[in-house]
Design a protein around this ligand. Structure first.
Ligand SMILES: Cc1cc2nc3c(=O)[nH]c(=O)nc-3n(C[C@H](O)[C@H](O)[C@H](O)COP(=O)(O)OP(=O)(O)OC[C@H]3O[C@@H](n4cnc5c(N)ncnc54)[C@H](O)[C@@H]3O)c2cc1C
Length: 398
């Protein structure tokens, strides 16, 4: 029979993506572990495929989790911004990014969780949760067996659009992890010529409200895909659209596999914690609304939540606990949420830029020497090619 070490924990974390792994590790460190912290996932966090293009900023990742080259696929030194006609602006910065092997990365953090005293179960599906007088009750399925576990505090790090916290009266109004839920899809392919140390972001009406990408992967492989606005109405199913895009632009490409997922890329100002339940990562809609990056954001959000939960566990009374819960949104806002909120407000304006305006901006930028193509200049060049957007983006600019 499958057993948990206990049926009662101080904290249970659901979801062992970057947010849940980081939250568990930090709580293990802060509390001394001791069988008080349980991390659950329905699958092993290193189980492939992981639906992600796996690019992160080097310095932002390093601030949260020191980089170990054993879980890195490669280094990045720049980004091409490509317009519909193929003009390329280039942002160059040596070693600015890393391409992770997320499967190995997750494994490394999970090992650190175990070392810090966290009990990890990567075969456990949280079927439902229920508020009780003293905390949370969880209905957990492992194989064909069902378990009832209790926790003083519960962390929902179960990724985008999770239903776990829906319909629970005391959680009404909490962030639901589906703010601006956008579809993303990509293929792992060979036969596409691409700089091994650059990522390529493709803009224009082919990707309404979003962008396409080509990221290097292992050896000759690339990750080629796109994200679209949630309101986009593509003329064919996404899988067909991706195949059509690849066949049209890269006729020699050999597609090895296609994967897709949802990205919660809008920022809300809804609470991130209530009644001893805390939200982290995509479940808290922490993804950057424009770049759609969410790995570092999930790590940061997991860390913020772990610190708050640790204070919450040591709080003297309910009033203090409520103040700590309310502070989680403020802590996130102070770090990234405020800028995400501004970006989210500006996003509809950017989605209105026309193909010829992207072409004009990228053509002009491509004539500048590489060292003058800063991210700020690229941003302004796109805006100036489309003056009406500047008005629409006023919330972003002040
Ligand atoms: C196509 C695509 C490409 C992307 N590319 C990038 C990129 O290049 N760079 C970047 O920074 N971000 C990228 N992202 C975003 C990034 O993948 C996410 O933001 C990040 O994974 C969020 O981490 P998380 O821990 O919040 O959630 P997740 O990584 O989604 O982890 C959630 C975990 O919860 C588990 N779970 C869910 N429900 C239950 C349950 N009921 N019981 C038990 N376990 C459960 C799942 O199995 C999963 O392991 C991309 C996303 C997509 C879809």
């Amino acid at each position: 029979m499958t057993c948990f070490r206990s049926n009662s924990y101080k904290v249970v974390i659901c979801g062992a993506g970057p947010a849940g792994l980081m939250a568990a590790y930090q709580l293990g460190k802060l509390t001394g572990g001791d069988g008080q912290i349980l991390l659950l996932d329905k699958k092993e966090p290193w189980k492939e495929p992981i639906f992600c293009a796996e690019a992160v900023s080097t310095h932002r990742l390093n601030e949260l989790w020191p980089i170990d080259e054993s879980w890195v696929r490669g280094s990045l030194s720049g980004i091409y911004f490509t317009s519909p006609k193929g003009y390329k602006a280039e942002f160059y910065s040596k070693d600015c990014g890393r391409l992770l092997d997320r499967s190995k990365f997750h494994h490394a953090i999970a090992d650190a969780c175990v070392e810090s005293g966290v009990e990890c179960r990567f075969d456990a599906l949280v079927k439902s949760i229920e508020k009780t007088e003293n905390g949370w009750n969880l209905n957990v399925q492992v194989g064909k067996e069902f378990f009832s576990l209790s926790a003083d505090a519960f962390i929902d790090a179960s990724g985008p659009g999770c239903r776990l916290t829906r319909g629970i009266p005391c959680l009404e109004g909490i962030e639901s992890g589906d703010t601006d839920l956008e579809p993303g899809i990509f293929a792992v392919a060979e036969g596409i010529e691409h700089d091994r140390d650059h990522i390529d972001l493709l803009y224009g009406s082919e990707f309404p409200g979003g962008y396409g990408w080509i990221f290097p992967r292992d050896g000759k492989e690339v990750n080629v895909g796109f994200v679209l606005s949630k309101d986009a109405k593509p003329d064919m199913p996404l899988r067909e659209k991706l195949k059509h895009f690849i066949a049209t632009h890269y006729p020699n490409a050999k597609v090895k596999a296609i994967y897709g997922g949802m990205i919660a890329c809008g920022q809300s100002d809804k609470p991130l914690a209530k009644c001893g339940l805390f939200k982290a990562g995509d479940a808290a809609s922490c993804v950057n609304p424009l770049s759609r990056s969410g790995i570092v954001e999930a790590l940061l959000s997991g860390k913020i939540v772990a610190e708050a939960v640790h204070e919450w566990l040591n709080a003297s009374d309910d009033a203090a606990r409520s103040r700590i819960e309310a502070s989680v949104l403020d802590r996130w806002m102070a770090k990234l949420g405020k800028s995400h909120l501004q970006i989210a407000r500006a996003k509809p304006g950017l989605a209105k830029i026309k193909d010829e305006q992207f072409d004009k901006a990228a053509k002009r930028l491509s004539k500048l020497p590489r060292e003058k193509q800063t991210l700020l200049r690229i941003f302004w060049a796109v805006l100036w090619s489309c003056p009406s957007v500047i008005w629409k983006m006023r919330s972003f600019l002040h």
